[in-house]
Design a protein around this ligand. Structure first.
Ligand code: ZN
Length: 124
């Protein structure tokens, strides 16, 4: 799946802002449901397979089903991601390359140079 380049606004909580670009990937319902059920089934199968291993099964029998359920919900909620964000920091003006994440009401990351929190939003 290939992403498309989108224009972004990177701003600080004080109102300073810069323009940037990022890679947007959108996930349709079919891919989200198949990936989330795949994650859940893998977690449950692994929990079942590890039942025969002494001591380890004391943790994996409850941890893997919980991780499977959390991953299931997280994957279903991820309708789009913005990654590879290139911009300048609005506060210290140094070039930043941000990892990005799920595209929902304002991504938050921090500048590598000055450590200030940055709010990333899609330009409309
Ligand atoms: Zn900075």
């Amino acid at each position: 799946m290939k992403g498309v380049v989108v224009n972004l606004t990177v701003s600080t909580e004080l109102g300073e802002s810069c323009e940037g670009v990022g890679e947007l990937r959108e996930y349709g319902p079919l891919i989200r449901y198949s990936m989330s059920f795949g994650w859940l089934i893998t977690a449950l199968a692994l929990a079942t397979a590890l039942l025969v291993i002494p001591v380890i099964h004391l943790i994996t029998t409850w941890l893997l089903p919980i991780a499977g359920a959390v991953g299931f919900v997280s994957i279903i909620k991820t309708k789009a991601t913005i990654t590879k964000i290139k911009s300048d920091c609005p506060a210290c003006k140094s070039a930043v390359l941000l990892r990005g994440g799920r595209d929902d009401h304002g991504l938050r990351e921090s500048c590598d140079e000055c450590n200030r929190p940055l709010i990333i939003s899609r330009k409309t």
